[in-house]
Design a protein around this ligand. Structure first.
Ligand code: PRP
Length: 177
């Protein structure tokens, strides 16, 4: 397959602006709640690193690792936790940070699994939302951008574990060679 970056969907400046707005909104909403920010590895690491630096409030950060795509562009539909969080969720206000909601299966699984640990609240912040591909209805409380059905890479998002380091978000095109 030949891989080309077909189109730049969101520029460095557009991302920075939107992430700042999200951080400001979250800081207002969580000001008194000492939230636990749960970053869903690996894709969300870049977004979350920028987001929390726009949240000058009391908070904690932990990381959870999930995998469903392998090296494919299609979700296998089978979500696995490959690294669990270390903090106790009981009574905590938990904010899950995702880079993208696609089928919704990852978040459906995380909401069910983390919900069993009795947090005080459990909400979702996603940089990108692709509603046209949804297979599980999940409430996304904070959304950066809603996008059409493109395969997107950059700013943490990968194809076969590559392109995560791009500072912008682009659309990947795959062609037979
Ligand atoms: C991606 C992305 C989300 C999930 C969204 O993770 O980071 O976690 O897929 O897709 P869904 O809504 O269809 O479940 P992936 O499993 O590719 O792992 P990665 O973040 O390590 O690349």
């Amino acid at each position: 397959m030949r891989e080309t970056i077909e189109q730049q969907l969101f520029s460095v400046d557009e991302i920075a602006q939107r992430v700042q707005e999200l951080g400001q909104q979250l800081s207002l909403d969580y000001a008194q709640l000492d939230p636990l920010v749960v970053v869903v590895l690996k894709g969300s690491a870049v977004f979350a690193s920028d987001l929390i630096r726009h949240m000058p409030i009391s908070l904690q950060v932990d990381y959870i690792g999930t995998s469903s795509y392998g090296d494919d562009t299609q979700s296998s539909g089978q979500v696995r936790i490959v690294k669990d969080i270390e903090v106790n969720l009981l009574g905590r206000h938990v904010l899950i940070v995702e880079d993208i909601v696609d089928t919704g299966l990852t978040l459906q699984y995380l909401l069910a699994t983390l919900g069993l640990r009795e947090p005080a609240s459990l909400k979702i912040c996603a940089l990108l939302d692709k509603p046209s591909r949804r297979r599980a209805e999940v409430p996304v409380d904070y959304v950066g951008f809603s996008i059409d059905d493109h395969f997107v890479i950059g700013y943490g998002l990968d194809y076969a574990s590559r392109y995560r380091q791009l500072p912008f978000i682009g659309v990947l095109k795959l062609e037979e060679e």
